[in-house]
Design a protein around this ligand. Structure first.
Ligand code: ZN
Length: 210
């Protein structure tokens, strides 16, 4: 492409319009929380995190969902290739209960344009954040700062934010916090292997290891 600085103003506007049109996401795609600032991490570190979290045997965060039906979408592109998904989408009927993957504490209830009604849960070690997005609503009594138990209902599946209204789903992400421990900033960890190794919320023993 020509350097923009050397083109007349109207041509530049046309070019910008063309670029914007090309990056409009197709219907059905969705985005969520602003991706965390990249943190350089070795794959050994990431494997370590995955092993540590899997060992806790987290439940699948949508009640009734089965590990064997999960589809890994961590590296799928979003926003026309502008970024990676870095999360797991779990399709479900609107209103299906969203449950805590393990014990922890709610650190933030946040309404964002892309993620809609979202919830950030800190894990018991204070190192990881579990993020639940596109909720229809929070469960009654859910407040910031409260402790939650594994399997506790946090909210309900929806399509808030920029999810397709015809395809309600839970957008679930895991972040490892940096040393400053800010709830909105961390390195993404793929939830797929963590939840595949974990137990189904419906049938904990039948879904082990598949
Ligand atoms: Zn998603």
């Amino acid at each position: 492409m020509l350097p923009l600085g050397s083109t007349p103003f109207f041509t530049r506007v046309l070019l910008l319009v063309a670029v914007a049109a090309a990056t409009i996401p197709v219907r059905g795609s969705e985005t969520t929380v602003t991706p965390p600032a990249p943190v350089a991490r070795s794959s050994a570190e990431q494997q370590d995190d995955i092993a540590r979290l899997t060992a806790r045997r987290p439940v699948i965060p949508v009640q009734g969902a089965q590990a064997k039906n999960l589809i890994d979408s961590f590296i799928q592109s979003r926003d026309g290739g502008a970024r990676a998904h870095e999360a797991l989408d779990i399709p479900a009927t609107r209103g299906a209960p969203v449950i805590a993957v393990e014990d922890g504490r709610i650190v933030k209830l946040f309404l964002s344009k892309p993620g809609g009604i979202t919830l950030y849960q800190l894990d018991p070690s204070g190192q990881y954040i579990y993020f639940y997005g596109h909720l229809d609503r929070y469960a009654d009594g859910i407040t910031e700062g409260m402790a939650v138990k594994r399997g506790q209902i946090l909210g309900y599946v929806g399509s808030s934010g920029n999810a397709d209204p015809n395809a309600p789903h839970l957008h679930f992400a895991i972040f490892k916090l940096g040393p400053e421990k800010r709830w909105w900033k961390g390195a993404p960890i793929n939830p797929y292997p963590v939840l595949r190794g974990g137990a189904s919320s419906e049938n904990p023993d039948l879904n082990k290891g598949n």
